[in-house]
Design a binder for this molecule. Structure first.
Ligand SMILES: [Fe+2]
Length: 252
């Protein structure tokens, strides 16, 4: 099972930086479609656009719908749920609306659980009681099948980041960790938001963040990669749910 993760495309339409981000995403789409073997799924882990505007989503969706593999999306703090749902309704199966974007995909021998960590009041991550209950149920109803979790914000410290802890509180991260601790079939938590490739642990659970597709917002070791170089992550999942992650840096 191959899962390609793109994140933090931050599509914007109003300046030269936005034009560069469109070229970065175009390069990723081209690179994804040339991968051999093809990914089983592509997931965008949020901050699809920069200002939450309809025209930005129309632009982003127009590019993302060119991906040949099945696409799924979750929101980041820069996203607008209603606009995201509207723009992606036909290619992701998300219905229109403005409620939390959370879902479970049952693949053969592997569950993917997508969580919505965004709020209207802060750019930090939060899983409220309703969202924690969704996670608890999604894992608890299938304890024997390995599961991967996806969410924009990582509820852990990202070493070397300017503000390493990007969740609303340690207590909320602990609430997530308590659910994970009851569910050893959860094999990894895959995130965006940090704009850099990083790894950490939440209890025993491996947590990763991927570099931003947007080259002019990228942090970490790949921050000097040129505009138009496709940068994203590929997660290879074994039959036991074990995961091997590779940072993909394609050709310009
Ligand atoms: Fe971002």
């Amino acid at each position: 099972m191959i899962i390609a993760q793109i994140t933090d495309t931050h599509i914007s339409l109003d300046d030269a930086r936005g034009e560069a981000r469109i070229r970065d995403l175009e390069a990723c789409v081209k690179d994804l479609n040339a991968l051999q073997p093809q990914p089983d799924i592509v997931i965008h882990t949020g901050d699809i656009v920069h200002n939450g505007e309809r025209a930005e989503y129309d632009c982003a969706a127009g590019l993302l719908r060119q991906i040949n593999a099945p696409l799924h999306v979750i929101p980041g703090n820069r996203d607008n749920r209603a606009e995201l749902r509207r723009a992606f309704a036909d290619i992701t199966g998300l219905a229109e609306g403005d409620d939390f974007i959370q879902f479970k995909i049952a693949l053969p021998g592997l569950n993917l659980i997508a969580l919505d960590s965004t709020t209207d009041t802060t750019n930090k991550g939060l899983l409220c009681a309703e969202r924690l209950a969704f996670l608890d149920h999604a894992l608890g109803e299938d304890p024997d099948t390995p599961a991967l979790l996806f969410m924009h914000h990582a509820p852990v410290d990202i070493v070397d980041a300017i503000d390493p802890f990007q969740f609303i509180s340690r207590d909320n991260a602990d609430e997530i960790a308590e659910i994970i601790a009851k569910n050893p079939q959860a094999k990894a938590l895959i995130c965006g938001h940090s704009h850099r490739a990083a790894t950490a642990k939440l209890g025993d659970l491996p947590v990763s963040t991927a570099p931003s597709v947007a080259s002019n917002l990228r942090q970490g070791p790949l921050r000097n990669e040129a505009e138009g170089v496709p940068v994203y992550e590929i997660h290879e999942v074994g039959v036991d749910g074990g995961i091997r992650t590779v940072v993909r840096v394609g050709d310009r």
